[in-house]
Design a protein around this ligand. Structure first.
Ligand code: HAM
Length: 411
């Protein structure tokens, strides 16, 4: 056994897994196109500051999970832990504001130094969308509708549930944060160590603590909905009404706060119970302040991302993957093999999937063709005088029919 293995939390994508990945990405891409999204690909690494500013120093993704290093020019570089910050950086540095609204779609690897387990990797893949320049709450609805359409096409809509909440505008969030701190400060010593730190730095995050005792303590905590400004309430009502009109089932979860700092108003997650603790299949929300944080003009934004690894883990055993059946070329003799390669090249140029077998005797080659579910094979026999004899074999009936090179070239 080789001593070299892939790094913990990373994996080689191949065979059925890779096929499932590609097929999910293809469905997501096509669906996003139908919704008018343009594809964007940003670099896999950015200056570390981009993520620190965008996602917040206290978010787990930045404080504990980034792959950060100094490059040879002494710049601090971070492998992207998510896609939103890079897309917003591109929006600002490429001057995309003049084309607003921007509806952008992306797919690619992300990196987080998390504890690997089922559905959680250190290199994982996201498909995601970001809408920049639309403040209408119905933009949130269109985004969620796109997510739901993709999940429907993947036949996952009944295997997960949309949970949604609002964090309100800055003022509402500020008032709520204060109420939460006032409620939790007398209970501080009873909170988990992590939540004690969060109480100082990011108290809202205590609401989605996984610790049993924390959960008991926050059961009676003040509720966000009582601190929402009128505009925030109206915004959320419009989103919920839109979802109802579009027949997208949802459940309001007042404890849903999301781990990243940039959110305001709508936050949502499609969650499943089928992947143990890693239940979030797709998650996102609104981030009206983020463009400004990264040096642009005040611009509203909303989007989501979905873990393709998690979708694949759910779908791998059931997904209907197209298997193409080849035209097989089976040859007898060295020269016949070269002729076979030439015929294959011409068929492949016409977009036909063609297999030429290089090893094994004639019988073995037939067996290999059969294994690949070949329906039709071209048989080429080299004669003693050096000329070629051609036959077509129909695998469903077993019949072989003599033919000519000219006839094959017209196939
Ligand atoms: P996120 O909730 O951090 O949000 O990640 C989105 C999705 O990526 C998760 O729901 C999950 O499916 C997948 N994911 C996250 N971490 C891992 C991991 N270690 N292994 C496998 N899958 C994982 C964001 O990234 C935001 N940028 C979403 C967004 C876009 N908000 C607005 N626009």
């Amino acid at each position: 056994m080789s001593k070299y293995q892939s790094v913990r939390g990373t994996r080689d994508l191949l065979g059925k897994t890779k096929k499932t990945f590609r097929s999910i990405e293809h469905i997501a891409y096509e669906t996003a196109q139908n919704y008018g999204f343009q594809e964007i690909e940003t670099p896999i690494f950015e200056f570390s500051e981009i993520f620190h500013r965008a996602m917040g120093e206290t978010s787990d993704a930045v404080s504990k999970e980034t792959y950060t290093f100094k490059d040879r020019g002494d710049d601090s570089i971070t492998l992207r832990p998510e896609g939103t910050a890079g897309v917003v950086r591109a929006y600002v540095s490429e001057g995309l504001a003049q084309n607003n609204p921007n509806k952008l779609y992306y797919y690619g690897p992300m990196f987080r130094y998390e504890r690997p387990q089922k559905g959680r990797y250190r290199q994982f893949y996201q498909i995601g969308v970001e809408v920049l320049g639309l403040e209408n709450p119905l933009a949130d609805v269109e985004c969620i509708d796109l997510a739901y359409s993709i999940l429907k096409k993947l036949q996952l809509q009944n295997r997960c549930q949309l949970e949604i909440n609002t964090l309100g505008d800055t003022e509402s969030r500020h008032n709520y944060r204060q109420a939460l701190v006032d409620f939790l400060t007398p209970l501080k010593s009873q909170l988990s160590a992590d939540s004690q730190v969060r109480l100082e730095k990011n108290p809202l995050r205590i609401l989605d603590s996984k610790d049993e005792n924390d959960r008991k303590l926050i059961a009676n905590a003040p509720q966000m909905e009582n601190y929402l400004s009128e505009t925030s309430k109206k915004f959320f009502e419009t989103v919920l009404h839109g979802l109802t009109e579009l027949n997208i089932p949802y459940k309001v979860n007042p404890k849903l706060v999301r781990g990243l700092d940039y959110y305001c108003h709508t936050v949502f997650e499609f969650v499943t119970t089928e992947l143990g603790a890693q239940g979030a299949l797709l998650a996102g929300g609104r981030y009206d302040g983020l463009v400004e944080t990264l040096g642009g003009a005040k611009t509203p934004g909303v989007g989501w991302a979905s873990g393709v690894d998690r979708l694949t883990d759910l779908l791998e055993s059931t997904m209907n993957l197209e298997t193409r059946k080849p035209v097989s070329i089976i040859t007898l003799g060295d020269k016949a093999l070269t002729v076979g390669l030439k015929i294959a090249r011409d068929l492949r140029a016409k977009n036909t999937y063609c297999e030429v077998f290089m090893t094994g005797n004639f019988k073995k080659k037939l067996e290999k063709a059969n294994k690949l579910q070949t329906e039709k094979a071209i048989l080429i026999f080299e004669q003693e005088n050096g000329s070629m004899e051609f036959k077509i074999k129909d695998f469903s009936t077993g019949t072989e029919t003599a033919t000519t090179l000219e006839a094959i070239q017209k196939m």
